[in-house]
Design a binder for this molecule. Structure first.
Ligand code: GDP
Ligand code: MG
Length: 439
């Protein structure tokens, strides 16, 4: 009977916690999707395990099925794993800053070298391109032609010279002629071999690059793990470039390589032209890897609706002049989710002004998270009735949230200001607000 009741209740509210069975079932689909997107098997296993641990027990939001909820959690975890967007090149070294391009043959190293040179030139940097590929016929000429197209410098070709010597000559020319950046384009092999690794390591020792970018074809499947591990261990990788993202590949290699090296994905190659270099957006690649964009969109929509409802509920409480620390915490949680204070505060009557004040006070999400932590360390009774919070309780709350008593005091003061404002707003009522032009 109670489970029946539970079902009815669930139908009514659409809520409930994700059970292990819900999660396992949904993750079966996710697993297939990830493998189809060419994410390497060990990475898939590890990822699924992590999501499972996170998802079981999480609330299912209204008007969404448990399965859909899991997909959304997977999507968010994918974004988190793929890392921050737009990680720029590190050029903070004494010029000429050296960028070393490594990867397998045909992965797009030479093309990407020219693309990066082109990008940096537009950023007013003086760039020198040098090809260390002495094995493939005409490889050095290929880079020289691209350098001409990008209108950047290129190291004159000396036949018969070996890679380390070329690198040294490039640095020398870079120094003498005042270049900001020297890009060293290395040779690749069809497969990883130790000779290649040793050679690239020698070049690294001679040139001391600030950035070592591993260039990989987005089509790379299971090999991505070994590839990334080998290059990272033997040469040391600072960033990853995924090329041919303009093709059909779903780009699972991005997740594999990120998981193995922990290095950021810096750029995506999206075509053969010089300007086809994109800044990496984890959300886009996550969507592409998972291939379940419509479900993610649906859940996000439902979340927005919920936020709207929560804002309206809070507004009602405020109209009655009621506002406790629990309400404040809910507001913080929403603020954090939306990443913008003005957004949520703007929805609440009388809060437009405060939104501006908070903005001026430079309140960021990290600060909001700290304040949330303080409130979370309070007992429900304390949240309902802040007057209970005297010195000894303050100490306990501070310890529980890893903050100082001063921080707790600051939060309580802020709460008091908000509560006072709410009371005023409540007295005025909605119509009054409009008349007084506060809303
Ligand atoms: P390398 O051997 O690593 O130096 O590879 P290359 O730079 O010579 O690239 C091999 C081929 O892939 C060339 O024909 C490039 O035009 C092409 N290529 C490189 N990057 C991309 C990309 O992002 N998209 C597409 N469609 N082709 C690319
Ligand atoms: Mg090449």
């Amino acid at each position: 009977l109670s489970s029946k009741l539970g079902q009815v209740f669930e139908k009514l509210t659409g809520r409930g916690a994700l059970t292990e069975a819900d999660v396992t079932e949904a993750l079966r689909e996710v697993r297939v999707a990830l493998l189809e997107a060419d994410v390497a098997l060990p990475v898939v296993k590890d990822f699924i395990g992590r999501v499972k641990a996170r998802a079981v027990g999480q609330e299912v939001i209204k008007s969404v099925t448990p399965g859909q909820m899991v997909i959304k959690i997977v999507h968010d975890e994918l974004i988190a794993t793929l890392g921050t967007k737009g990680t720029e090149l590190n050029l903070s070294a004494v010029p000429p800053v050296v960028i070393l391009m490594v990867g397998l043959q045909g992965s797009g190293k030479t093309t990407t070298s020219a693309k990066i040179a082109f990008k940096l030139k537009r950023e007013k940097k003086k760039v020198l391109l040098a090809s260390l590929d002495v094995y493939r016929p005409a490889a050095q000429q290929q880079l020289q032609i691209l350098a001409g197209q990008a209108e950047v410098g290129s190291l004159p070709i000396v036949m018969g010279e070996m890679p380390v010597a070329i690198a040294k000559r490039a640095l020398d020319m870079g120094r003498k002629e005042g270049y900001d950046v020297v890009i060293l384009d290395t040779a690749g092999r069809l497969h990883i071999d130790q000779e290649l690794m040793a050679e690239v390591a020698n070049v690294r020792d001679a040139a001391k690059p600030t950035e070592t970018l591993l260039v990989t074809d987005a089509m790379t499947g299971q090999d991505a793990v070994t590839l990334a591990r080998e290059f990272n261990e033997k040469v040391g990788v600072t960033g990853i470039v995924l090329t041919r993202i303009d093709g059909d590949a779903r780009g699972g290699a991005a997740l594999s390589m990120r998981a193995v090296t922990g290095r950021p994905i810096k750029f995506l190659g999206a075509g053969e032209k010089l300007d086809a270099l994109e800044v990496f957006h984890p959300d886009r690649i996550a969507g592409r890897i998972l291939g379940m964009g419509d479900i993610v969109g649906l859940v996000e929509k439902a979340m927005e609706t919920l936020d709207q409802e929560e804002a309206e509920r809070l507004a009602k409480r405020m109209e009655k002049g009621k506002f406790d620390l629990e309400d404040m915490r809910k507001q913080f949680a929403q603020v954090k989710k939306m990443g913008d204070l003005k957004g949520i505060l703007g929805m609440l009557p009388g809060m437009g002004k405060m939104a501006n004040q908070l903005k001026d006070a430079n309140i960021d999400n990290k600060m909001v998270a700290r304040q949330e932590a303080i409130i979370s360390s309070m007992t429900p009774a304390e949240r309902k009735n802040p007057d209970l919070i005297k010195a000894s309780r303050k100490k306990r709350i501070a310890a529980g949230s890893g903050m100082s008593v001063q921080d707790v005091n600051k939060l309580l003061k802020q709460y008091q200001q908000m509560a006072d404002m709410m009371k005023k707003v409540g007295k005025l009522g909605q119509k009054g607000l409009m008349r007084h032009g506060i809303g």
